[in-house]
Ligand binder design. Structure first.
Ligand code: FAD
Length: 460
């Protein structure tokens, strides 16, 4: 509902004003980069949660929900790799010696990263839902759902992954429910990192019931070890090749490395810095084939779980409480006695499961037009953005500018982080997003210096 309209004006300043929609990790990393490169920049973050920093990934308060990336790779600054580890030593000394630390430490780290800029007034945080961003010749105007307006020179969408919603009767958003403590029968749909988080929460709460883990391919994330990335040069990698050829190359490389006593993880990690370039050079048909046939394989090897996740799984297996099931989730119906009937498709046949709770751990949604932030839905509806042919997300240029329905790049609306997955693919984890933040901040600074004067205060 639109309330009494209040207007927020950009203060009179000669510096550029960048508005970032979304105050999760991507929004914070970009704000920090912009203010590092040009300290007099004015940045406004609009965030619908109560805090800046946690976003979806780091909002869990549960200490057993761990980062799945080593602390040593989670620095906000690519040129200061020890920055997060140093912060841990100072602020969470008990955790500093561990490889995989609680995600809530990372939320605090991000909040503290930009705290001085908030104090100095160069970073302003506005709490509310941004529902529309409009672009004009003089700047951008953002409209919040409570009627507030914000004008700026540039807007950047940092709205994160398409959200998990409770769409079906009986499906629970795992992040929005109390852990179960009894012997309830649980169906977990999805077998990625969110699933292992839920096993850890159930274990901590004392749950003793049976758990079915359902996924299409019954693949679990592999486990981290203390491996070292192999040095792979870009010109060794088949670029512009089909998905099958690229995967054959990878398997050959893994096989060769393992024959010499190496670990397959070294090859996967060594390839990672090149994945965005490989993706950019892949023909559309090859990207489609990769998504259909090899994506899940790549993800379970690339997005690995910390050893603590594997230990939770092993314990449940040893107790005989886990059943892994391969199949496609179809639907849920709540029964009269409060239990839930879930339908699963397996090799063309439909199987019926009777459980007490279904946890939706399917993670990232594949339909950004339907599950993306409303502000994106609005841009799509007005033709200011378009979804890529594979349905991964809005199309952006190499400089992260949103591309409109006619194929024209926006001059003032950009995107960062997982929102830009269609163009960059490997853009979900901090080591990739922080690099993107450096590039985007440099581009915006250059843009500002080249051609555009800051806008005057007032309503756009
Ligand atoms: C459970 C989980 C664990 C992860 N663990 C790791 C890890 O250990 N290491 C790693 O490198 N990566 C991890 N990731 C990957 C993660 O995607 C990135 O690290 C990063 O957190 C993405 O941040 P983001 O800001 O783009 O998205 P999000 O965290 O989703 O944040 C987006 C923010 O935008 C806000 N927002 C959206 N729309 C609007 C709007 N219209 N108006 C106002 N606010 C809006 C949301 O409220 C949210 O706070 C994890 C991801 C998940 C889901």
């Amino acid at each position: 509902m639109v309330m009494n309209k209040t207007f927020e004006f950009t203060p009179a300043t000669s510096a550029a004003h960048v508005l970032i929609v979304g105050g999760g990790a991507s929004g914070v990393l970009l704000a920090a980069q912009l203010l590092r490169q040009v300290p007099e920049t004015l940045v406004t973050i609009v965030e619908r949660r109560a805090e800046i920093g946690p976003g979806l990934a780091y909002s869990t308060p549960e200490p057993w929900h761990l980062l799945n990336t080593r602390a040593g790779n989670m620095s906000a600054w690519p040129d200061q790799p020890e920055h997060f580890s140093d912060w841990l030593r100072e602020n969470a000394p008990d955790a500093a010696a561990r490889c995989f630390v609680s995600r809530n430490h990372y939320a605090r780290y991000l909040a503290e990263l930009v705290a001085p800029s908030r104090l100095s007034g160069h970073l302003r945080c506005v709490f509310g839902e941004c529902r529309r961003v409009e672009e004009g010749a003089q700047g951008v105007r953002a409209e919040l759902s409570d009627g507030r307006m914000i004008r700026a020179d540039i807007a950047v969408l940092a709205t994160g992954h398409p959200a998990v919603g409770n769409e079906l009767d009986g499906m629970s958003n795992p992040w929005a429910q109390k852990p179960l403590t009894g012997t309830e029968r649980i169906l977990i749909v999805g077998s990625g990192q969110t699933m292992t988080d839920q096993l850890l929460s159930l274990g901590a709460a004392g749950h003793m019931g049976k758990i079915i883990i359902l996924s299409r391919r019954s693949q679990l994330p592999r486990v981290h070890t203390d491996n070292r990335p192999l040095q792979i040069f870009l010109d060794e990698v088949p670029r512009g090749a089909g998905a099958a050829e690229a995967m054959r190359w990878l398997r050959r490389r893994v096989h060769g490395h393992m024959q010499q006593g190496g670990d397959w993880r070294d090859v996967v990690d060594g390839l990672r810095p090149h994945v965005q370039r490989i993706w950019a050079a892949m023909p559309l048909s090859a990207r489609g084939a990769f998504l259909r046939h090899a994506c899940r394989w790549w993800e379970v090897h690339r997005h690995r779980m910390p050893p603590e996740g594997e230990a939770a799984l092993d314990k449940l297996n040893a107790e005989g409480r886990i059943t892994r099931m391969r199949g496609a989730f179809l639907s849920t119906t709540r029964e009269g006695d409060g239990s839930i009937k879930a339908l699963v498709s397996q090799d063309g046949a439909v199987t019926e499961l009777q459980v007490d709770r279904v946890l939706d751990c399917r993670g990232i949604r594949r339909d950004p037009a339907r599950h993306g932030a409303p502000v994106l839905a609005d841009l799509l509806q007005r033709g200011r953005a378009r979804i890529d042919p594979l349905g991964l997300g809005p199309e952006v240029t190499a400089h992260c500018a949103l591309i409109n329905v006619d194929g024209t790049p926006s001059t003032r609306i950009f995107a960062i982080g997982p929102v830009t997955r269609a163009a960059f693919w490997e853009i979900t984890a901090i080591p990739d997003i922080r690099e993107q933040a450096v590039r985007l901040a440099s581009h915006l600074v250059a843009w500002r210096l080249k051609a555009h004067k800051p806008m005057a205060s007032g309503v756009a």
